[in-house]
Design a protein around this ligand. Structure first.
Ligand SMILES: C[S@@+](CC[C@H](N)C(=O)[O-])C[C@H]1O[C@@H](n2cnc3c(N)ncnc32)[C@H](O)[C@@H]1O
Length: 342
């Protein structure tokens, strides 16, 4: 392969994966302030973070003493360039271990602390990175979106505490939802729109893309959230319910015995049975108030067993509502919950 062709295909692969999204310091601060009590005497590991450019390194090194950290470890992936966007073109990577030893008044500068070289490429699944993971108490980062399933599974298998950025759609993945249902992970404090710096080679896509006055490319995503297994106050806030149940207002699905609620603010306060709510409910989920029964992906019965072909639109498993004229409307993914206090 010629060098030009190789570079083109590398560029295409990078574009297809689109894993270079850089988290802003303000987003990290706004989330981390809700977890202060978890970090005392802990080893924090940021395993998708070049210490020379990552705002996760920046946050934890500058707040090392305030949080009472024991150690901070960060590893980069396939890059030794001091470049905001991992070039992914070096088979080598760097890491840094910081024990809060900066002198009075000094800022924690990665070069002074000591950048070390990993033997491998810094892949979070590599032997070296897994060895560092095992030394850590809490993993905090924004991992590659394209490897989210595998990334999360590794944290759970290794029984680590974590706080990671993800996309709320991941909740519906077959590999992720069981962890949510079993209370092994939950959503963090903030969710919604988050803007990330992206590399110059990322192509313009839609309205959620812009270039700032300094020529920096940005991308925002409306359904970004944090996934964690660290307890936070928000998880214990009770959702105030105002509505009364009535069969007219809350129809039962055609292919599962639960009522359609949709928006969490419409959950009736006096209904004991199963209710389907949209995935965004999870940002309000309090396990003392509600139980998660499952999701429409696994609970929905096939419409082919219940209705004539042509009366409903096909697709993956979802709940359907009768239109009352022999046809059915297909709904978005739903999470099925029960109110423990009704
Ligand atoms: C969404 S970006 C976030 C970067 C940084 N954590 C931040 O929040 O600013 C994900 C990062 O993971 C890196 N990455 C991609 N594949 C990886 C892998 N297999 N192991 C470790 N890091 C990886 C990418 O190069 C990218 O820098």
């Amino acid at each position: 392969m010629t060098k030009k062709v190789k570079n083109q295909s590398l560029g295409k692969a990078r574009e297809a994966k689109q894993d270079e999204f850089y988290t802003q310091l303000s987003d990290i601060e706004n989330e981390l302030k809700h977890y202060r009590n978890h970090f005392k005497s802990k080893v924090v590991y940021c395993n998708c973070d070049d210490p020379r450019v990552s705002n996760f390194f920046h946050y934890f090194s500058y707040n090392f003493e305030k949080l009472g950290l024991k150690k901070l470890i960060t590893t980069s992936y396939k890059s030794q360039e001091r470049d905001l966007f991992s070039r992914n073109d070096s088979e080598h990577a760097v890491y840094l271990e910081y024990k809060g030893t900066r002198g009075k008044g000094n800022v924690p500068d990665p070069e002074t602390i000591g950048i070390k070289h990993l033997r491998g490429d810094g892949d979070f699944r590599s032997v070296e990175s897994v060895a560092l993971l095992k030394k850590a108490d809490i993993v905090v980062t924004n991992p590659p979106f394209s490897l989210f399933r595998e990334y999360l599974a590794q944290l759970i298998t290794n029984d680590r505490k974590f706080l990671i950025v993800g996309n709320q759609n991941a909740v519906s993945y077959n590999e992720v939802f069981p962890f949510v249902k079993d209370g092994k992970i939950w959503l963090g404090h903030n969710s919604g729109d988050m803007a990330f710096k992206v590399p110059a080679y990322y192509p313009p896509r839609d309205t959620r893309y812009w270039v700032d006055a300094d020529g920096q490319k940005w991308r925002s995503m409306g359904n970004t959230c944090w996934f964690t297994n660290l307890d936070i106050a928000k998880r214990h806030e009770e959702l105030i319910l105002y509505k009364e149940y009535s069969p007219d207002e809350y129809p039962t699905y055609a292919n599962y015995n639960a009522i359609e609620v949709g928006n969490a603010s419409n959950i009736p306060r006096n209904f004991k049975g199963a209710m389907g709510v949209s995935v965004t409910f999870l940002s309000k989920f309090n396990p003392d108030q509600f139980e998660i029964v499952g999701s429409s992906k696994t609970l929905a019965k096939p419409m082919s067993a219940l209705a004539k072909k042509g009366t409903y639109s096909q697709g993956g498993p979802r709940f359907y509502l009768s239109n009352g004229d022999g046809t059915y409307q297909r709904l978005y993914d739903r999470i099925v919950i029960k109110n423990k206090q009704a």
